[in-house]
Design a protein around this ligand. Structure first.
Ligand SMILES: Cc1cc2nc3c(=O)[nH]c(=O)nc-3n(C[C@H](O)[C@H](O)[C@H](O)COP(=O)(O)O)c2cc1C
Length: 376
């Protein structure tokens, strides 16, 4: 047993070195109905076939489709860290999908920093009837060529083996599938094999080119800010996300906007409750406003999966205060919330704002805040 131990360590070390030497390939997709994801899994399988590369599948945005919710969302800044990227999207009107297009439109900073130059790229797509599929693949190439990526085509690889009695998604630019053709399950068995071949060939190229770029020269000038770290440094502790009191959700995401409404709930009860000028004074309402804004931030943190660097802008805050009819200093009260937003998010915390008085507020809170944030 004693003799076996060093051998065991040696095997582990060799395995680690081998893993480090493999090319790291990102399979980056947008998918509405899962067709692109089906192809992505085959591409990833192909990438790992020869043991010279590892594949990770990520998507460009939070999906609407529950089936896709476990696939991680990629950030733009991570793209240059890969040795190759296989891009997949649905065909939209002979073009790449809007989801993929939106993501690529956020890569301007990578482009101006030449950050993707020389990194191999390959493309695959899911179509409906297949109308315009090669145009769509080519439109993918347009964007990637502008980035200076090394475009890896498919040629006629795998053509010999496919069943030619049914329509197949083989193209010289990349594998496709035609989801609305019903005679066989899509992707077909052959399309899956073509996608695997594409992945396998792509891994070979990514592996061969790995390390030929001096990645140290890559500078991303606009690094995303670590707002969670800022919270820590400023000793701002986010409370637990308050539970909804009815048939609604703590937040709703619509596109890239997050909508949140909170009252001054702290440790299960309302902090400094009541009407200003009768039950509470201005200082107490300001403290309740801070408690409410911390609740907003806590819900926001949940909405971005604990990564506040995804926050792009605090768009709007609306403060509603439980005041008497003749009260006019709502803005002074709301500054507590606005200051906190700017304290945490800096320029990105500056927002449009509305404030007003109400004759009563639910659960006798002295304040309610409605917030809209834009996130990645
Ligand atoms: C806005 C829009 C435009 C589309 N345009 C085309 C098209 O030009 N050609 C085509 O074959 N399919 C087209 N489709 C169908 C999708 O490409 C097809 O449903 C695809 O399989 C979706 O991929 P997914 O399952 O990964 O979401 C379009 C779909 C949408 C929503």
């Amino acid at each position: 047993m004693k003799k076996l131990f060093p051998l065991f360590i040696l095997i582990i070390s060799i395995t680690n070195v081998m893993a480090q030497n493999k090319a790291k390939v990102l399979v980056l997709i947008h998918s509405d109905n899962g067709g692109t994801y089906e192809l992505a899994k085959e591409i990833a399988k192909g990438i790992e076939t020869d043991n010279n590369a590892t594949a990770v599948i990520k998507q460009v945005k939070e999906p609407q489709n529950q089936k896709l919710k476990n696939i991680p969302v990629a950030t733009v800044d991570e793209l240059p860290t890969y040795d190759g990227i296989a891009f997949g999207s649905p065909v939209y009107f002979g073009n790449i999908s809007t989801g993929m297009s939106e993501f690529l439109s956020k890569t301007v900073n990578l482009w101006t920093n030449h950050a993707l130059e020389g990194i191999p790229a390959t493309v695959f797509m899911s179509a409906g009837s297949g109308a315009g599929k090669e145009l769509a693949l080519q439109s993918f190439w347009n964007s990637l060529a502008v980035h200076g990526m090394v475009l890896v085509s498919n040629g006629i690889r795998g053509y010999e083996g496919i069943n030619k009695t049914i329509p197949q998604g083989n193209t010289v630019l990349g594998t496709t599938t035609m989801a609305s053709l019903k005679d066989v399950e899509r992707p077909t068995k052959d399309e899956r094999e073509l996608a695997q071949l594409q992945g396998k060939n792509f891994a070979k190229i990514a592996f061969a080119l790995k390390g030929t770029l001096n990645k140290k020269e890559i500078r991303i000038s606009e690094k995303s800010e670590d707002f969670n770290q800022i919270l820590k440094e400023k000793n701002i502790i986010l409370p637990q996300v308050p539970k909804p009191a009815g048939n609604y959700k703590p937040f709703v995401r619509s596109g890239n906007l997050i909508f949140i409404n909170q009252v001054a709930l702290k440790d299960g009860k309302i902090f400094n409750p009541g009407k200003l000028g009768i039950d509470v004074n201005e200082q107490q309402v300001k403290e309740a406003t801070k408690v409410t804004m911390l609740n907003v931030l806590s819900v926001l943190n949940e909405a971005v999966g604990g990564d506040l660097s995804k926050v792009k802008q605090c768009v709007q805050l609306t403060g509603i205060f439980n005041t008497k009819d003749d009260y006019t200093n709502h803005a002074g009260l709301m500054n507590t919330a606005s200051d906190l937003a700017v304290d945490v998010f800096g320029e990105k915390g500056k927002h449009a704002r509305a404030t007003y008085g109400a004759s009563s507020i639910p659960v006798n809170s002295s304040v309610e805040i409605q917030a809209i944030f834009e996130i990645e």
